[in-house]
Design a binder for this molecule. Sequence first.
Ligand SMILES: C[C@](O)(CO)[C@H](O)COP(=O)(O)OP(=O)(O)OC[C@H]1O[C@@H](n2ccc(N)nc2=O)[C@H](O)[C@@H]1O
Ligand SMILES: Nc1ncnc2c1ncn2[C@@H]1O[C@H](COP(=O)(O)OP(=O)(O)OP(=O)(O)O)[C@@H](O)[C@H]1O
Length: 330
Amino acid sequence: MKIAVTRPPAKLNLFLELLGKRSDGFHEIDTVMVPIDLCDELKLWRTDDPGIELQVGWLPSIEIVAARLGVECGSPQADSLLSIPSGESNLVHRALTEFSKRLGVTGGFGCQLHKRIPAGAGMGGASSDAASALLAAATLCDVSLDSPFLWEIAASIGSDVPFFLGDPQGGSGGGAIRAARARGRGEKIEATPIQGTLNFVVVFPGASLSTPTVYGHSVVPDQPLSAESLVAALRSGDLAATQTSLSNRLAQSAKEILPRIDEILKTMWRFGMTACQLTGSGSACFAVVQSADEARHCANRLRSLLEPGAFVIDARSVSLPAGITIGDTK
Ligand SMILES: C[C@](O)(CO)[C@H](O)COP(=O)(O)OP(=O)(O)OC[C@H]1O[C@@H](n2ccc(N)nc2=O)[C@H](O)[C@@H]1O
Ligand SMILES: Nc1ncnc2c1ncn2[C@@H]1O[C@H](COP(=O)(O)OP(=O)(O)OP(=O)(O)O)[C@@H](O)[C@H]1O
């Protein structure tokens, strides 16, 4: 039996500006996103019976993840942070159902999803899983990875999903999941070259935020900021200019909803991580630091201060082949 194996990456928003409120209830946005080396794990195979069989778990284990977040397994706090749907409300289930319908796939799919990316963190976990499921299903069904209908399905599932399909021109074969600027409601993707690698410290404060709620509380500015200076800094590899061009218009709304975000950012600042901000609609915060060593050092110091009760990692920007590895089970 052929098994597609893939590792959906998380993302960080280095820039996010609100350009206006649309009649469909979404906001017109301008954002720059970077995939990072914090990844879920997804395996997908075809089945004779129609339907989607989805198994979900946490890595390394739900007990270890709960302990780091300082919540008791089985408690309401753990449920709100760690319960991942395995039915139709999982974006992977929705993606595979839509794919099967659009392509007229005979039979169904079996999927094993192991999570590392926190949910409600602004790191695109569910969206990335859905995009990877589409790429894996296309590979198993011999459908080209740059088929326009994959992007249509992705855009219908969520504004962040197309970013994780990768840039068809981005690599040999299926393209690459890499830094990009996204506009519209986030589904219009334009690759943004990064010179070198960015190093991050990421803090998930052990509380999830609802994307619609954060957007709903946000204010569209009269004079929106432009992403151009950040795009130029990324292209030239100018780290200082990148650090001073970070911006996220959703941060104010997220801090009002979850004041712990402001506490985390102030702590990061005090530890010398002055280029720090919220990612996406939160709740996770990140800092851009000088090197991988500094990221490891700062993460270790913050971890000893914040864990249990938060999730602290060092991470780096990545560019990943959208192509999927196909294995065979004996
Ligand atoms: C905050 C970001 O993660 C930044 O990358 C994205 O803009 C949100 O992407 P997402 O989670 O895939 O969002 P969706 O599932 O498409 O939309 C969830 C809800 O967020 C709000 N929303 C989302 C995207 C957008 N451009 N404007 C919005 O106002 C809407 O209330 C929408 O109903
Ligand atoms: N594959 C999935 N992984 C995690 N959560 C999922 C998944 N599918 C659906 N969900 C539900 O979606 C909620 C939001 O998950 P997550 O925050 O990862 O989504 P996202 O919109 O891709 O990311 P962001 O936090 O950037 O908005 C979760 O709390 C969970 O209830």
